[in-house]
Design a protein. Structure first.
Length: 235
């Protein structure tokens, strides 16, 4: 395992548990298909970042492991499946033991993340120690975090986690770099997230999947138009 650069780490839930907060809009098989498409979008973005030493997907789901291998990512089997924080820390411990310089952790549900944005995160994560945070635009969670070294601060993904990560960095005397990124800042958890995504996610595998399912027709056209107008007025 290379010791140079950052390793990307992507925790991926079992498909049976995928996106249950979207149950009012998407059927179970649609939620599973969306979860797999979003992972593919994230892996596509990471694959286009030369600064990354490699990518690791942490999952116990065979279908998602197969997707990871198809994109050239390594897989860590998460048998305990105790949530994204435990999954990321499992990878962090393995990376630390191998002497890896650092990691960039990103969830599997940010399909608008791009190689350019991930490259920006990697470029900002220089120095030792270093902490780079990308907040979720909706609830101030954390949609990406880069750490040098891998244990620079404890990982705590979830609602309002941006503030927990920010405080943890400051407590350790590290001035974190904060990047507000329009693509990576949108994670798909709620029906309103789907509306925002439908308004600007064209060109992604996830958007193509939702189009095949005709998901746009399940929302009032005015809501999607309003989301698009808001996005266009805030480039």
């Amino acid at each position: 395992m290379s010791r140079d650069g950052l390793w990307a780490v992507v925790p991926a839930k079992d498909l049976a548990q995928a996106k249950r907060r979207l149950a009012g809009v998407l059927a179970a098989e649609e939620r599973q298909g969306l979860a797999r498409s979003m992972l593919e979008d994230v892996l596509t973005a990471l694959a286009g970042v030369p600064a990354l030493a490699g990518t690791i997907v942490v999952t116990r789901e065979a279908a998602l492991a197969a997707t990871a291998h198809a994109f050239g990512a390594r897989v860590i089997t998460d048998l305990r499946h105790d949530g994204p924080n435990a999954a990321i820390m499992l990878a962090a411990k393995m990376l630390s033991a191998s002497g890896a310089a650092g990691m960039l952790a990103i969830p599997a549900d940010v399909p608008l993340a791009t190689s350019a944005e991930m490259g920006e995160v990697a470029a900002a994560s220089q120095g030792h120690p270093a902490v780079t945070l990308v907040p979720a635009l909706a609830d101030m969670g954390t949609n990406a975090i880069a750490l040098m070294p891998t244990d620079a601060i404890p990982i705590r993904f979830g609602r309002q986690s941006f503030f927990h990560h920010l405080e943890a960095a400051l407590e350790r005397g590290v001035a974190p770099r904060i990047l507000r990124l329009r693509g990576t800042g949108l994670d798909i958890d709620r029906p309103e997230d789907l509306i925002d995504f439908l308004a600007r996610g064209a060109g992604t595998r996830s958007h193509a999947f939702l189009d095949r399912c005709n998901v746009r027709a399940r929302f009032p056209a005015a809501e999607v138009a309003r989301a698009r107008a808001t996005i266009e007025s805030n480039p």
